[in-house]
Design a protein around this ligand. Structure first.
Ligand SMILES: Nc1ncnc2c1ncn2[C@@H]1O[C@H](COP(=O)(O)OP(=O)(O)OP(=O)(O)O)[C@@H](O)[C@H]1O
Length: 565
């Protein structure tokens, strides 16, 4: 998109700031966020991180999780320079704001005791009250009605937390007071009167039943089977069944504030728990109905090199299928959770008005959305919230094995959830695998590469697991489930499996293997890319894939031998 295509609001021009730099180096770029366009002067040698920071400071935007996108590609490397990504003067960059879904809340009782809760910003005050009743009965005496106050103002049950907590890292302080209903009789009567009045105006009880009935017919939801011979595992049926029950009760999908694409939390029948996360393919980044307003891809390529728009859901399901349990393939053992802990994921189809329908909605099949449905995993946050020092070597290693096998092009710390058990042990849960198995290795990046655990050798058990992997069997398995893996992606899986297996045979650490797979800087090929080029150059016309892979395998041997000397 050129600057000419963008209408710049004159008032924003004053935001163009240029402090103490050599004018010769400067370029004018445009940053869009939420539809508003801001011109900004930068230097070609500014880093991505500094451009983000300057823009955020200028606009008063907090948080460090926002993403910059240029020409359909995420500028994922914070230390890379603006010019490395080919950004020139007059180019338009898109900033995708990613507010945390979780808000930290401190509740103070009238007696002065304080209790901390984490709550989803899409939930309302009524939900928090129920949550406190359910989880905190022993902690806070909430018998009878309760009233919550924030900055002296009473919060009504319908108020959404996201509506009064704008900051990404905000903490809300609430005060609990016993309600008038409990305390004083005359007020008690007033309160009851107002409840009756609510009913008459249609806000109260009489209205609830028809609303639920209405919603019970206003959705469509079913699993998608490409191969009719596939039987879904019982735990996948349970997830699908609970999601269906939630929709039937009128519990709407709730869009996450964190994703670059549309990710929807699906609720259970009580509306108190999330059961799954639905990611429709037409709302992926660069897809036609992306809710973040990212422009549609001009060549079909996704946000990461070597991926295609609309294939995110298939890759999400593929990552789950290939995350084999330690005890053996899932088809034999039936175990829900595999070695790395990818949450159970299936392909579904869903029709609902609360998804993003920029061109309007009616209850017709063309508004139905296909996408991945992943089990919602209870968590205490993601790895961006904690320093990596808190994680055990084994937990980090399981993620590294998954990412190296799948050549994951989107492993940042925000895509690893964590959960603390009662003894304080931390478990990692990898999510967001829509950029796995790319056609090439160009955008592979792993945040864990710089974590100390990545420099430890794999344990004998993990080495055993890695040795048991079989790329040919994996490709067949994906085909059985309905994904006829494109030849380039199958090649990626074969090469990454060879590299991982040869690496552990020689005692290499995840860091060593990851450094072969990832580019050190954006415009310099990684070692694995050099190896692939060398193998391609050595091929004679007419030689097939197996000869090519044999050549890759030999070059890997010689490179690794040099590395281990
Ligand atoms: N299985 C899950 N269990 C619990 N929460 C989840 C799960 N999957 C996603 N989420 C939550 O939803 C948010 C958005 O999901 P996700 O990161 O997959 O979307 P995305 O658009 O692909 O994001 P990104 O911008 O990182 O590529 C996550 O940050 C996480 O908080």
């Amino acid at each position: 998109m050129s600057a000419a295509e963008v209408a710049v609001r004159p008032a924003l021009k004053e935001l163009v700031q240029w402090q103490g730099r050599c004018p010769g180096e400067s370029i004018l770029i445009y940053i869009t966020v939420g539809g508003a366009v801001t011109p900004m002067r930068v230097s070609e040698s500014d880093s991505i991180a500094s451009v983000k920071m300057r823009f955020q400071t200028c606009k008063g935007i907090s948080g460090n999780r926002h993403k910059l996108v240029y020409d359909g590609r995420e500028l994922a490397r914070n230390d890379a320079l603006i010019k490395d990504y080919g950004v020139n003067g007059s180019n338009v960059l898109h900033l995708v704001l990613r507010l945390s879904d979780m808000i930290f809340i401190v509740v103070r009782t009238a007696g002065g005791k304080e209790f901390e809760f984490q709550i989803d910003r899409h939930r309302n005050v009524g939900y928090l009250k129920q949550h406190i009743k359910k989880k905190g009965r022993d902690l806070i005496d909430l018998e009878g009605c309760q009233e919550l106050f924030c900055d002296g103002e009473e919060l009504h049950d319908q108020t959404l937390f996201g509506d009064f907590c704008y900051a990404d890292d905000g903490v809300i302080h609430l005060v609990v007071q016993k309600s008038a209903k409990v305390d004083a009789k005359p007020v008690h009567k007033d309160l009851e009167l107002s409840v009756v009045a609510d009913d008459v105006s249609g806000v109260g009880g009489n209205h609830v039943t028809p609303k639920i009935q209405q919603h019970s017919v206003d959705f469509w939801f079913e699993p998608v089977f490409v191969n009719p011979n596939v039987n879904l595992f019982p735990f996948l049926w349970d997830m699908i069944g609970s999601t269906f029950d939630g929709l039937k009760q009128g519990n709407h999908p709730i869009r996450s504030s964190e994703g670059t694409g549309g990710s929807y939390f699906m609720q259970d029948s009580t509306g108190m728990e999330y059961v799954s996360v639905f990611k429709p393919i037409d709302e992926e980044p660069n897809a036609v109905n992306n809710p973040q307003g990212l422009p549609v891809s001009s060549n079909g390529e996704g946000l990461k090199r070597g991926t295609r728009v609309g294939e995110g859901a298939v890759r999400e399901v593929a990552a789950y299928i290939l995350d084999h349990p330690r005890a053996g393939p899932r088809l034999e053992t039936g175990e829900a959770i595999g070695f790395a802990g990818v949450p159970p994921t299936a392909m579904v189809q869903c029709l609902h008005q609360d998804f993003n329908h920029p061109d309007g909605f009616d209850f017709s099949p063309e508004h139905s959305k296909v996408g991945s449905l992943q089990m919602f995993m209870k968590n205490d946050g993601n790895c961006e919230d904690l320093g990596p020092g808190a994680f055990s070597v084994e937990e980090v290693h399981k993620i590294t094995v998954l990412d190296l096998r799948m050549a994951n092009a989107d492993r940042h710390a925000g895509n690893i959830l964590f959960r603390k058990d009662a003894d304080g042990r931390i478990f990692l849960i990898p999510i967001d695998h829509g950029y796995c198995l790319p056609e090439n290795f160009e955008d592979c990046t792993f945040d864990w590469l710089y974590w100390r655990q990545a420099r430890q050798p794999y344990s004998p058990d993990t080495v055993e697991y890695i040795k048991s992997l079989d790329a040919e069997r994996d490709i067949e398995l994906l085909k059985y489930y309905g994904w006829d893996v494109p030849v380039e992606c199958a090649r990626t899986l074969r090469i990454s499996t060879i590299l991982l297996q040869k690496g552990v045979e020689r005692g290499l650490t995840p860091y060593d293997i990851g450094s072969i797979m990832c580019r050190e800087d954006l415009n310099k090929k990684s070692v694995i890319e050099e190896i692939i080029c060398e193998a391609q150059e050595s091929l004679l016309p007419g030689m097939g894939e197996s000869v090519f892979l044999e050549s890759v395998s030999q070059i890997i041997d010689s490179r690794i031998d040099k590395l281990s000397k």
